[in-house]
Design a protein around this ligand. Structure first.
Ligand code: S3P
Length: 180
């Protein structure tokens, strides 16, 4: 097993509602790594909600902030990241996901995602949607290739509790560590 101080980052990517934050917290706790939630970091530092940022600066402004925070934080090691669903849209972020750690894609069907997203009003990309599942399918279709291009491991979380998903990631990482 790689010594804690040498462990690279673990990046959790995936759609809104795929479980990145709950799985990430558990994973970080189990592996004694630092947990970083990019959306939460942005909200804390700017003292604005993600919705307010979208309203004031538009999606492009949000993406610039998101990328800047993400790439800055990813400069350190031994962290588990819960990234925002759109982190893979920027090529500079995809470079980091490739090279600065181990990237895990959490997947779930639009039906599961929609059930888990209790309050679409806090997610600007879903605001005006009367058909939540349809909107999530549309976003997934646009992003699927990008998510898959950077993920070294993919886990379907539909039928998994967050702790079970975290265990699968840990098992996989332990196997790789042992092979090295
Ligand atoms: C977004 C996902 C959100 C948040 C923002 C945009 C996206 O994060 O960053 O609303 O583009 O998919 P979560 O994936 O944590 O909900």
């Amino acid at each position: 097993m790689i010594a804690k101080s040498r462990r690279k980052n673990i990046f959790l990517i995936g759609m809104m509602g795929s479980g990145k934050t709950s799985v990430g917290r558990l994973l970080a706790g189990e592996l004694k790594m630092t947990f970083v939630d990019i959306d939460e970091t942005i909200e804390t530092v700017t003292e604005k909600s993600i919705s307010e940022i979208f309203k004031e600066y538009g999606e492009q402004g949000f993406r610039e902030l998101e990328g800047a925070f993400f790439r800055e934080k990813a400069g350190q090691n031994n962290q588990v990241f819960s990234t925002g669903g759109g982190i893979i849209l920027d090529e500079k972020n995809r470079e980091v996901l490739h090279h600065k750690g181990f990237t895990v894609l959490l997947k779930a069907s639009p039906d599961s995602l929609a059930k888990r997203i209790r309050n679409p009003a806090t997610r600007p990309l879903l605001y005006s949607s009367h058909d939540l599942q349809g909107r999530l399918t549309q976003i997934w279709n646009k992003r699927q290739k990008l998510y898959e291009s950077v993920a070294r491991l993919s886990i379907a979380t539909d039928d998994l509790a967050p702790g079970e998903a975290a265990e699968r990631i840990i098992d996989y990482i332990r196997d790789i560590d042992e092979d090295n």
